[in-house]
Write a protein that binds this ligand. Structure first.
Ligand SMILES: *Cc1c(COP(=O)(O)O)cnc(C)c1O
Length: 406
């Protein structure tokens, strides 16, 4: 059955906006994945920072199957227990007092940006609509979110573009200070720029952004779609930094592989999304909420969060050891289990070569931009899988070096 479709089928039936790897995963457990031919891969990509508990975690499978036998969907004309339980957990564990559920990171940001504009219009004036974002940031692929995002190539060809969005260099306090004004309704920042190259914010930068937002009655929005749900070693990265936003978007790891997004905010700000102002059919769907509820419960366990920090060190040490042998990276950076290896000038723009070589070694990794190899594995990845994965990565690096330096 599964072998009646192949990678070639993709080119025959799918819109060509992706260029997937040559193999098709069909089965997985923990941090191991098997393809149609039964070849085993080690997964250090984690579905792009999504599979927070690896593949088919038994407690999460149980939560999904139990809910699947009870209630799948009722729409937001009715509420449901799993959504209320998940929202209660998020309210209990974060700054937030109110939660809005949706199905993706882009939608969580779309809600955040709409709320920021609505809140400013409700409380200040219709002219207070400017959103300040960072160069190289990534906030999703809807027309609004690609324009808030700081990578113009993603917005090209989809105009006319929405107005009232400006970009400033990341980690540049003076640039933010110069750009912000009383017309600013929101400043949006990823605590660690993910797609932009696994670049952590300076603590002083986030602190300054907080103070500038407060001084200008602008809302501070943290896009934690990639950094959230334990990825950095705290439930949310803002807790690691000690800087509290007004609105936070979450998705990716929240569902551990089941689509769900959430926008978190305070009760006072939430009031601006009154009945009828915003919505989505599937948001807070019982299946997604039951899964996310279990994911949040497990990730919040102190041993899981402490494990993320310990595994971070194991990765960094392993990558530095590989680099000592081959001298291919100029920096290994990141937080928790969101790690980037920045290729040296010799390999500038060629991070994808390492990804391709890893595939040949039956290893799944990611890139972030053209020059960073990114790792975003399961938060509960076994030490043996890290070690085996890094051994395969060592072989992949050796292959890239051999092809390039003969
Ligand atoms: C992935 C990502 C998004 C978009 O999430 P989707 O679920 O793909 O819509 C938004 N912001 C950040 C920081 C992300 O990493």
């Amino acid at each position: 059955m599964s072998n009646t479709v192949t990678r070639d089928t993709f080119d025959q039936v799918m819109v060509p906006n992706y260029s997937p790897a040559g193999f098709i995963p069909v089965k997985a457990e923990g941090s191991r994945v098997w393809d149609q031919q039964g070849r085993e891969f080690i997964d250090l990509a984690g579905g792009i920072a999504v599979n927070s508990l690896g593949h088919c975690h038994p407690e999460v499978v149980a939560a999904l199957t139990e809910q699947a036998g009870k209630l799948w969907h009722v729409s937001n004309v009715f509420t449901n227990e799993p959504a209320l339980q998940l929202a209660s957990a998020l309210v209990e564990k974060t700054f937030a007092e109110r939660v809005f559920f949706c199905n993706s990171g882009a939608e969580a940001n779309e809600a955040a940006f709409k709320l920021a504009r609505k809140y400013a219009a409700d409380h200040y004036s219709a002219d207070k609509y400017e959103i300040i974002s960072c160069t190289n940031s990534f906030h999703g692929r809807t027309v609004f979110t690609v324009n808030v995002g700081g990578q113009p190539k993603y917005a090209e060809g989809f105009g006319p573009n929405p107005a009232g969005i400006t970009h400033v260099p990341f980690n540049d306090i003076d640039a933010l200070k110069a750009a912000i004004s009383d017309k600013t309704c929101a400043v949006v920042i990823e605590p660690v720029q993910g797609e932009g190259g696994v670049l952590p914010a300076d603590p002083a930068y986030l602190q300054a952004a907080r103070e500038l937002c407060t001084a200008h009655n602008a809302l501070l929005v943290f896009d934690e779609v990639q950094t959230g749900v334990g990825r950095t070693g705290s439930l949310y990265a803002y807790q690691e930094y000690g800087v509290t936003p007004d609105i936070l978007s979450s998705a990716k790891g929240l569902g551990g592989g089941f689509p769900i997004g959430a926008m978190l905010t305070t009760a006072a700000i939430a009031k601006s999304l009154a009945v009828g102002t915003h919505g989505t059919t599937y948001g807070g769907n019982p299946l997604a909420s039951a899964v996310a509820g279990k994911v949040v419960e497990i990730v919040s366990r102190p041993e899981v969060l402490a494990g993320v920090r310990a595994k971070h060190q194991r990765f960094v040490d392993g990558l530095n050891a590989i680099n000592a042998k081959y001298n291919v990276f100029k920096e290994v950076r990141g937080m928790g289990l969101l790690i980037g290896a920045v290729v040296s000038d010799e390999f500038a723009g060629r991070a994808r070569d390492f990804l391709k070589a890893a595939e040949a070694e039956q290893l799944m990794v990611l890139v972030a931009g053209l020059s960073v190899v990114r790792f975003a594995p399961s938060l509960v990845i076994a030490e043996q899988d890290i070690d085996d994965g890094l051994a395969r990565f060592d072989a992949a690096v050796a292959a890239v070096v051999a092809a390039s330096r003969h």
